[in-house]
Design a protein around this ligand. Structure first.
Ligand code: G3P
Length: 219
């Protein structure tokens, strides 16, 4: 399973990259705003800065336009910023048309705001490179987010769709582990959820004892 980090924070992206496990980055307008990145040109420069950190990974850059023509012109400009850019398109009727347009042109896309299997099926048929079902936001409304990942996995496997399932709105380490069990192609989450995978109290206790025993034998 590929690991993407879901942030526009350059320090956190660098930290994940330095760990050696980073396959890509997802952002959205809310994450950009959280980092204080505003204005069209600053946002575009920030995407380039992110691409320059994640040397070999896909970086999702989201369109703001909601009409087909606007999505196309904005998406084409974003795609030209860097070879690693993936144009992020919302799941709407115009969005589906834009997915097909970019797919025909060989430009990679990530269809965002996926909350149902039907939406994921449409995105795959339109040729999306990735679909982003929002696991955490479904859990927030007492709906089974990971169940949706499993449902999409089954559908895509039935018809051998190339579209990759990018489990988004991942909030904690159990989301990551269960996404891996289900067979999501990619998960994107905060650095805290990724580094939480490192932790086990028996590892800490075991290391402490190894070091103490070594010190006894070498004092
Ligand atoms: O990748 C989608 C993500 O940014 C949404 O996460 O935690 O705001 O639901 P969250």
């Amino acid at each position: 399973m590929k690991f993407f980090i879901d942030t526009a924070n350059l320090d956190q992206i660098k930290e994940a990259q330095d760990l050696g496990i980073l396959d890509g980055v997802t952002t959205n307008p809310s994450l950009m705003a959280k980092e204080g990145i505003t204005g069209h040109e600053n946002i575009k420069q920030h995407y380039v800065d992110i691409c320059n950190i994640t040397v070999n990974g896909d970086v999702s850059a989201e369109v703001i336009a909601t009409d087909f023509e606007g999505m196309v012109s904005e998406g084409e400009a974003l795609a030209q910023l860097h070879p690693n850019i993936v144009v992020k398109i919302p799941m709407t009727k115009d969005g589906v048309k834009a997915l097909k347009y970019f797919s025909d042109k060989g430009i990679k896309t990530n269809c965002t705001l996926i909350f149902s299997a039907g939406q994921a099926l449409l995105a795959a048929k339109a040729g999306a490179s990735y679909v982003s079902p929002f696991v955490g936001r479904l859990d927030d409304i007492s709906t089974d987010g990971l169940g949706l990942i499993a449902q999409i996995r089954l559908i895509y496997d039935n018809y051998l769709y190339d579209t990759e399932i990018l489990a988004a709105s991942v909030r904690h380490p159990m989301h990551i582990i269960e996404c891996a069990e289900i067979g999501a192609d990619v998960m994107t989450g905060p650095l805290s959820a990724i580094t939480a995978l490192l932790k086990h109290p028996l590892t800490d206790i075991g290391l402490e004892k190894f070091l103490a025993d070594y010190a006894k034998g070498n004092s």
